[in-house]
Design a protein around this ligand. Sequence first.
Ligand SMILES: O=C(O)CCC(=O)C(=O)O
Ligand SMILES: [Fe+2]
Length: 183
Amino acid sequence: MYILPNFLSGEQCARLIDKIETQHRPSTITGYNGDDVFRTSSTCDLSPRDPDAADLRARLSALSGIPESHAEPLQGQRYEVGQEFKAHTDYFEPDRPEFDQFCSVAGQRTWTYMMYLNAVDAGGATRFKVADKIVQPEAGKLICWNNLRPDGSPNAATLHHAMKVRKGAKYVLTQWFREKPWG
Ligand SMILES: O=C(O)CCC(=O)C(=O)O
Ligand SMILES: [Fe+2]
């Protein structure tokens, strides 16, 4: 895992928080596991034509060396007090029925690039249980990791939990990349 503080400017963070605030829907998960409170946050789908989304896609592509065409649409997440996303991985489980539906065109998710847009008053850290690492939200901080091992198999050590916000709100932006071009 890599961490890059101050990847986004304060102005860009504020502008993106505004966009998430004006447009968000309840978050979903790709494989229902019977837990209705597994992911309680809201999600904002940013248009690929949004100037900030386009700028970040280009910057993250340059940083990662992954072609822009492999980028999923940029997503914002918003957590209120008590909201969380329990321990999960970002790759799609190869043995689950939804695998073909989600991976048939663009393939598996490879790298996750996640940007924190604000510091949270209390709570809201991202805990990597297997890697035994806790990352604290900080405005503009980028964290990234590869969801796959060198041989292309899913890396279970990327398991992570967006812990409950205890005070204030939390906003993040996530850019996921795929093995093949998106759409
Ligand atoms: O909000 C976080 O700290 C993590 C979010 C996350 O893991 C996800 O959206 O896949
Ligand atoms: Fe995640």
